[in-house]
Design a protein around this ligand. Structure first.
Ligand SMILES: [Cu+2]
Length: 229
């Protein structure tokens, strides 16, 4: 059964693992406690000639019903915290060496992407700027520099399991490495005004050849535009 969207980054499996861990542990305690609740309601109910019992949980034996499960619940909590911490460290606290860089700019209500041109360097005259269309290379560690031109936005790429707030006045650097090619959704995941729901874009994960073909097309478009002026 595949309940998750396509998994297309080096860390998406870690995030899915966390979802499974939390769902399994919480699900286990939920089912156990509900079963027990209904069993106890049935077991100590009022019967003919027998009053319903009111159990306050004050004797040592009764208290064990509270503190023994509590102990195990806390153990589960700790295991979730440890796993979460190591995943957070891997994704948010380490910044592997970049092979590629791209700038992502959120504004009401669109995404602007600045790709380095053939020279591979941002902020030079051959940069390629696109609207709602991000091109990255597969199997390449890519740094994104995230900015906002107005309010809070959130750069969310579900297939990467990536979410990062864009904060006005700040340039936030993060990274990803795509593991499979294809065309997928990008969505703003921060309520940013009336057009928020429309603030979607597409990410194209290209092979080296596809990327170069796309870049050549963009350069051609620019030249045609300049020539037409
Ligand atoms: Cu938004």
């Amino acid at each position: 059964m595949n309940i998750f969207p396509v998994s297309a980054s080096t860390f998406s499996g870690d995030i899915d693992g966390l979802f499974w861990l939390v769902t399994t542990l919480v699900g286990f305690w939920f089912i156990l406690s509900e079963l027990l609740l209904f069993y106890l309601i049935f077991r100590f109910r009022r019967k003919k000639g027998v009053k319903a019992q009111y159990i306050a949980g004050e004797s040592r034996k009764e208290m064990a019903w509270i503190f023994v499960p509590l102990f195990f619940v806390i153990l589960c909590d700790i295991s979730i915290d440890l796993r979460t911490h190591s995943v957070w460290q891997k994704i948010k606290e380490t910044l592997p060496q970049a092979t590629e860089k791209v700038r992502v700019i959120g504004q009401q209500w669109t995404w602007v992407f600045v790709h380095p041109g053939p020279d591979g360097v941002l902020d030079t005259s051959d940069d390629i700027e696109t609207v709602n269309e991000l091109h990255v290379k597969v199997n390449t560690t890519t740094h994104y520099e995230l900015q906002s031109r107005d309010v809070l936005h959130n750069f969310s790429v579900p297939v990467f399991r990536l979410k990062q707030d864009a904060i006005p006045g700040r340039a936030i650097t993060g990274w990803f490495e795509a593991t499979q090619t294809g065309e997928y959704d990008i969505q703003c995941a921060e309520m940013c005004g009336i057009g928020h729901g429309l603030m979607g874009a597409r990410i194209f994960i290209d092979t080296q050849e596809q990327y170069e073909t796309w870049m050549a097309q963009e350069i051609q478009k620019q030249q045609n535009y300049v020539a037409s002026k």
